[in-house]
Write a protein that binds this ligand. Structure first.
Ligand code: ZN
Length: 483
């Protein structure tokens, strides 16, 4: 289905743009030829009129012809000719610049950033003036506006942002034989984890069904009214008809000790190509890099299918603090690599954010925040901010451990816990439910997430009916539920 969209899109482009763009280019080339020609004649007649011997008969004319021949070979140009040549060069170069900026703008539209594309073209400054004096740029903007006008709010798939799906995962199982080896942890992995095989199948299926990754910060935006009061309002996400915005998050991206040797990545690193990737420790102790978890897998998928992401959005990585962050034990000041690890996490987080990833607090200690006291939550939150927030940078997203909310109210949050969390900067609060649910209040966003794990697939398959044909998703190597 998404493929159909894609081909529709590109067909529409082919139908409209290239033909008219061709005319514009032809126009610019003609302009170039006319300009070049007139410079040639102007400089030629200037030189002739400057020639003191020009009335003295044929010989001198021959001399002029000789000069002309020499000029054609690029020798001994008069200053005017040099000027004219330079001018031709400049015109050619500026034309290439305009073509490049149009191409760059069109790339942005692959992830639906039409405003960004139009703004980019408007930054153009040529010798003759801004974008508005260049027909090719005006035409490109006109095309972009027209294409933007054809988009629908939420792709026409939802009436409200409260209907958006927010799906979540834990660390992916990269080596099934180790995760499902029958040891103590295997049952838990079978319940709460998803395999690399399944994740890839899910993303492909969602892509084909028109789903598009969006950031929660585009889903709901904080605005300031005339009185200076801030409030959250639904984001205006415009997509081609049939597209369906959704949010993705991953919990506990900490690569805990208990997972060692069980077929999971061990940490996130920056690969040789400068992009985030994973490390995994093999049985013989050697370390390999590769797409062993969501980050590099989804990055690669979006690179291949930029229309799977709205403005480059990827997902939210939720981190606890009790065993550090992203696979680095930055919780332990006695570790010999403590200082170095902290710097590495900062750098990895920076690159992740550059690649469209966002971070969330998943609390420091991963305790039930509904049951724990206000005092506990205050201290736990402070510790997370100090040990993890200080490395990954500010975030206003909180993902509740076990999906347990701080309050059970169906009205407005009112507890001390909420007020404290709000005070230290959290605005987006995420629990767990089997279907989309959201409260968009003036001062916060509360949105549940759907687990796409083994339990959901094997125990409650009916809950995922709207998303997948599970027979096509479930890893054939996954054991049955009551195994
Ligand atoms: Zn968790």
């Amino acid at each position: 289905m998404a493929d159909r969209y894609r081909s529709n899109r590109s067909r529409r482009r082919k139908k409209r743009s290239p033909k008219r763009l061709g005319l514009i280019l032809l126009f610019e080339v003609l302009l170039l030829v006319i300009l070049a020609g007139s410079f040639y004649f102007i400089t030629r007649s200037n030189r002739k009129s400057d020639d003191p011997n020009k009335h003295l008969g044929g010989k001198q004319d021959e001399k002029n012809v000789d000069n002309d021949n020499k000029d054609n070979k690029g020798e001994k140009l008069t200053p005017e000719q040099e000027e004219a040549l330079k001018e031709q060069e400049r015109i050619k170069q500026e034309m290439a610049e305009r073509e490049a900026i149009i191409e760059e703008a069109n790339k942005l539209t692959l992830s639906y950033d039409y405003d960004g594309a139009i703004d980019l073209i408007k930054t153009y400054q040529g010798k003759e003036g801004g974008y508005e004096v260049y027909p090719a740029l005006l035409k490109a903007i006109e095309d972009l506006e027209a294409e933007k006008d054809s988009l629908l709010l939420y792709g026409g798939s939802y009436r409200s942002v409260t209907e958006f799906n927010h799906i979540f995962f834990h660390s992916l199982i990269a080596d099934n034989s180790k995760a499902f080896d029958g040891d103590y942890d295997s049952v838990g992995y079978n319940m709460y984890m998803t395999t690399v095989y399944e994740f890839k199948k899910m993303m492909q299926a969602m892509y084909e069904d028109g789903y598009v990754l969006v950031s929660v910060h585009d889903l709901a935006k904080q605005i300031t009214d005339e009185d200076g009061n801030t409030k959250f309002v639904p984001g205006e996400i415009y997509l081609p008809e049939g597209k369906k915005p959704f949010v993705l998050s991953q919990d506990d991206v900490n690569y805990y000790d208990y997972m060692e040797g069980d077929g999971f990545a061990s940490r996130i690193v920056i690969g040789e190509d400068g992009k985030p990737t994973c490390e995994m420790i093999l049985e013989d102790g050697s370390v390999v890099q590769g797409p062993f978890d969501i980050v590099p897998i989804l990055d690669e998928f979006v690179e291949e299918h930029p229309d799977f992401s709205y403005k480059g959005a990827k997902g939210i990585l939720a981190l606890t603090g009790y065993e550090g962050a992203l696979g680095y034990r930055t919780n332990d000041p006695t570790s010999p690599t403590y200082e170095q690890d902290k710097e590495t996490v900062k750098e990895v987080a920076r690159v992740l954010k550059e690649n469209g990833w966002e971070f969330a607090s998943h609390s420091w200690s991963h305790r039930n925040m509904g049951e724990k006291s206000f005092e506990f939550i205050k201290q736990d939150t402070d510790r997370w901010l100090e040990e993890v927030g200080s490395l990954i940078g500010p975030t206003d997203i909180l993902i509740f451990p076990y999906g347990v909310d701080i309050e059970r109210t169906m009205g407005h949050y009112s507890s001390n816990k909420y007020h404290y969390l709000k005070e230290v900067g959290f605005n987006y609060f995420h629990g767990v439910d089997s279907k989309p649910w959201m409260h968009l209040k003036d001062d916060y966003v509360r949105m549940t997430r759907r687990p796409l794990d083994g339990q959901a697939m094997l125990q409650f398959p009916e809950r995922l009916q709207d998303l997948f044909i599970l027979e096509e998703i479930i890893d054939p190597e996954r054991p049955p539920m009551n195994w």
